[in-house]
Design a protein around this ligand. Structure first.
Ligand SMILES: *[C@@H]1O[C@H](CO)[C@@H](O)[C@H](O)[C@H]1NC(C)=O
Ligand SMILES: *[C@@H]1O[C@H](CO)[C@@H](O)[C@H](O)[C@H]1NC(C)=O
Length: 439
C-alpha cells in the first residue's frame, strides 16, 4: 500500500478488531432518500417548482450583484448562510464519486435523478463562480457577521460579501478542489447529459491542477482516489489524522470511529464511504489489504463501513438516529436557522436578526421544521449526545458530512437489502416524473 493515511486508518481498524456484520437491518434506501432532502433544504437561490422541502423558499437572489457578478444559487454550508467554496466543492466531489462508483446501486433505487440534481445544484453555481479562466469566486457571506444573526435565509439581512481568487489573490487549494468537483461531476453526468458533461469538463480544464487531472484520468489510477479523500478529510479537519486521534471504545457494541469533538460524524461518514469503495476495488482485484496485523479481506472493510452507517442510524448506546427524521428518535433541536424558525409560509412577518435568537434560538421546544436527512455533528467520544440547539458541535449538520452518505447508503442497500426509499417519497413529497427525467 502506498497510501500512508489510509494505511494508518486501516492499522487502527485492524488493531481494534473488526466485528462481524450484525443482524440489524436498517432501511438504507429510506435513509438515502432522506439524504437528498437535506441537500434540497440547503439550496440557495431560486428554487424550482418541484422543490420538496416545503418550508423553504427563494433566498439570496442578489448574491454577487454588488460585485457585478451573478452568484445566485449553490448551497448554504450548514446551519448558517455562508456559501463556502471549499466544503461545497468537497461535497460535490463526494456526491459525484458515489454517482460514478455506485451508479448501478443508485440506479436500482431509482435515485440517480436526485443524485444528479444534488450535484448540479453545486456545479451550476461553480460554473457561474468561474467567470474567467483565472477567476473563481470563492465564498459569499461572511462567517462573523452571519453568526451574529439568527434569521431565515429568506429574510437574510447580513452582508453578502463575496471573495474571489485571481492572479492577485491566489488560492490553489480551492481552485483545485473546484476543478476536481467539476471533473468528477463531468464523469457522473456523461451517460445522462453529454452536453452538460462537456461543459463541466471545459471549466475543469481551465483550472487544470493536479486534483482535476487525477480525476480526469481516474480509471488508470484508483489508489489516487483514496489518497484524495483522506487528504481532504485531513485538511478539512484542520489537523492531521494520526493514529492517536482515533479512539475506539470497545465497551459499546458498534463503537463509533472518533476523530474530533466538533462534528465528528462527517469524518466517520467520509471514512465509511472510502472503505466501501475500497472494499469493491479489492474484491474486483481479488485482493486483501495487507497490514502489519495481518490481512483484511474486503468484506471486513465493508462490515466496518456498515458499522459506521448503523451507528448513525441508531445502533448506538443512545439508540438515537443522528440522521434527522430517520426512525422514531432523532435530534429535534438541530442547530439550523431555517429548521428552527417557523417557515416563511407559516409566519409571514420578517424575523429579524436578534429577534431570531430571542424568540426561536433559545426556546426549549423542538424545531418547527424537521430537516429530513440532515446528519448532525453527533456524539462525543463517550457516545454521549446532548440534543441542544446551542450545542452546535453536536447538533449542526453540514454538507460535507452528508455528501458521502449517498454512495454509502446505496452500496449498503445493494448488499444488505432492506426496503427501498419509495415509501418515504410518497410521504414527503412529489417529484413529477417529467422533472425526474431531466438532468
Ligand atoms: C452526557 O450529557 C449530559 C447532557 O449534556 C450530561 O448531563 C452528562 O453529564 C453527560 N455524561 C457524560 C458521561 O459525559
Ligand atoms: C442537459 O444539460 C443542459 C444544460 O447544459 C440542459 O439545458 C438540458 O436540459 C439537459 N438535458 C437533459 C436531457 O436533461
Amino acid at each position: 500500500m502506498r497510501i500512508s493515511h489510509f494505511g494508518m486508518l486501516i492499522l487502527v481498524v485492524g488493531m481494534l478488531g473488526l466485528e462481524a456484520a450484525t443482524a440489524t437491518i436498517f432501511n438504507y434506501g429510506q435513509a438515502l432518500d432522506m439524504t437528498f432532502l437535506f441537500f434540497e433544504a440547503q439550496r440557495s437561490g431560486k428554487l424550482p417548482a418541484n422543490h420538496r422541502v416545503k418550508w423553504r423558499s427563494d433566498s439570496a437572489l442578489k448574491d454577487g450583484f454588488l460585485q457585478g457578478v451573478d452568484l445566485v444559487g449553490g448551497y448554504y454550508d450548514a446551519g448558517d448562510h455562508v456559501k463556502f467554496g471549499l466544503p461545497m466543492a468537497f461535497s460535490v466531489t463526494m456526491l459525484a464519486w458515489g454517482a460514478i462508483d455506485f451508479r448501478k446501486e443508485i440506479t436500482a433505487l431509482d435515485q440517480m435523478g436526485n443524485t444528479l440534481w444534488a450535484i448540479r445544484w453545486g456545479t451550476d453555481y461553480f460554473i457561474k463562480a468561474h467567470t474567467q479562466p483565472n477567476v473563481l469566486w470563492a465564498q459569499v457571506g461572511d462567517g462573523d457577521s452571519d453568526h451574529y444573526c439568527w434569521e431565515r435565509a429568506e429574510d437574510m439581512t447580513t452582508p453578502r460579501t463575496a471573495y474571489k481568487l485571481d492572479e492577485y489573490h491566489p488560492g490553489s487549494d480551492l481552485a483545485g478542489e473546484t476543478a476536481a468537483a467539476l471533473a468528477a461531476s463531468s464523469i457522473a453526468f456523461k451517460p445522462y447529459n453529454s452536453s452538460y458533461s462537456i461543459l463541466l469538463l471545459v471549466h475543469a480544464k481551465q483550472d487544470e491542477l493536479l486534483w482535476a487531472a487525477a480525476w480526469l484520468y481516474r480509471a488508470t489510477d484508483d489508489e489516487y482516489y483514496l489518497k484524495y479523500v483522506v487528504d481532504n478529510a485531513l485538511y478539512m479537519s484542520g489537523t492531521g489524522w494520526a493514529v492517536k486521534e482515533f479512539s475506539w471504545d470497545n465497551k459499546y457494541a458498534g463503537g463509533l470511529m472518533y476523530v474530533r469533538e466538533w462534528n465528528n460524524l462527517q469524518y466517520a461518514s467520509a471514512a465509511a464511504l472510502l472503505l466501501s469503495i475500497y472494499s469493491d476495488y479489492l474484491s474486483a482485484a481479488n485482493a486483501k489489504l495487507s497490514c502489519p496485523e495481518g490481512q483484511i479481506p474486503p468484506q471486513e472493510l465493508l462490515n466496518f463501513a456498515k458499522s459506521q452507517a448503523d451507528y448513525i442510524l441508531g445502533k448506538n448506546p443512545k439508540t438515537i438516529s443522528y440522521l434527522v427524521g430517520y426512525g422514531t428518535k432523532y435530534p429535534i433541536h438541530v442547530h439550523h436557522r431555517g429548521s428552527s424558525i417557523a417557515s416563511i409560509f407559516a409566519l409571514h412577518s420578517v424575523v429579524e436578526c436578534v429577534q431570531g435568537f430571542e424568540t426561536w434560538y433559545r426556546r426549549s421546544e423542538g424545531n418547527p421544521n424537521c430537516i429530513f436527512g440532515a446528519l448532525v455533528g453527533g456524539p462525543d467520544q463517550n457516545d454521549n449526545f446532548s440534543d441542544d440547539r446551542s450545542n452546535y458541535e453536536q447538533t449542526e449538520p453540514t454538507l460535507s458530512g452528508n455528501a458521502p452518505l449517498v454512495g454509502l447508503f446505496s452500496k449498503l442497500h445493494s448488499v444488505y437489502g432492506g426496503a427501498t426509499g419509495r415509501d418515504l417519497s410518497k410521504r414527503v413529497s412529489t417529484v413529477s416524473s417529467i422533472s425526474r427525467k431531466q438532468f
